[in-house]
Design a protein around this ligand. Structure first.
Ligand SMILES: CC(C)(COP(=O)(O)OP(=O)(O)OC[C@H]1O[C@@H](n2cnc3c(N)ncnc32)[C@H](O)[C@@H]1OP(=O)(O)O)[C@@H](O)C(=O)NCCC(=O)NCCS
Length: 165
């Protein structure tokens, strides 16, 4: 069992473990600088309570933080959609945690009711993330090119879930 908790003001160490780590960011443009990680922590805190999405901590049964899942607004092909993203620390990977946590986050986005479509944009090379999208019923719309971070081109899959279906 995993549960989701709102991102807290003491969660910078978790941001550092997730986005400051070379293995964790292999498909996300590489580790962020200490300054960028602090900025990210602020963004995550602000998202809570803004109504414009949620950033959540994935918590294991024993209370340990296992990762993050969150969704936020994105302008996409002329409309507003939710974009969702997930990360699970290496010690907790391969146990279905990302899939279960993402399922719970999808239910929250559905309850928020603000946007009909939820998109995920994993790198075409990110096999586990593409497997999660497929398993949770997203439709693959095709591949697209992003720069993330700026200057770092990425080929990503555009997966869409209809929250009203
Ligand atoms: C992607 C990530 C969140 C997966 O976390 P996880 O908890 O290990 O994932 P789960 O165990 O829930 O599920 C992974 C699924 O991918 C499958 N999978 C794992 N490795 C795979 C591979 N090399 N090829 C194909 N499928 C694979 C698993 O079998 C599982 O599917 P199943 O439940 O149908 O068996 C984790 O690897 C991670 O944080 N990576 C770094 C950050 C990142 O890339 N985030 C995603 C950005 S879009």
């Amino acid at each position: 069992m995993v549960s989701l908790e709102p991102w807290g003001d003491g969660d910078l160490p978790l941001v550092q473990q997730l986005m400051g780590d070379p293995a964790m960011t292999e498909h996300l443009g590489g580790p962020e600088s200490p300054e960028k990680l602090v900025e990210r922590q602020h963004r995550y805190e602000q998202l809570a309570g803004s109504g414009e999405g949620r950033m959540l901590k994935i918590v294991e049964e024993n209370g340990e933080a296992a990762g993050s899942v969150g969704y936020w607004e994105k302008e996409w092909r002329g409309g507003q959609v939710w974009e969702i993203g997930w990360m699970v620390l290496p010690a907790f990977q391969g146990r279905g945690i990302a899939g279960r946590a993402t399922e719970q986050a999808i239910a929250l986005a559905q309850a928020d009711g603000r946007h009909r479509f939820l998109h995920a944009f994993p790198s075409v090379e990110n096999a586990p993330s593409n497997a999660i999208c497929r398993k949770l019923g997203f439709s693959l719309l095709g591949a697209c090119d992003f720069e993330f971070p700026p200057g770092h081109p990425m080929r990503c899959n555009d997966w869409q879930l209809d929250l009203e279906a």
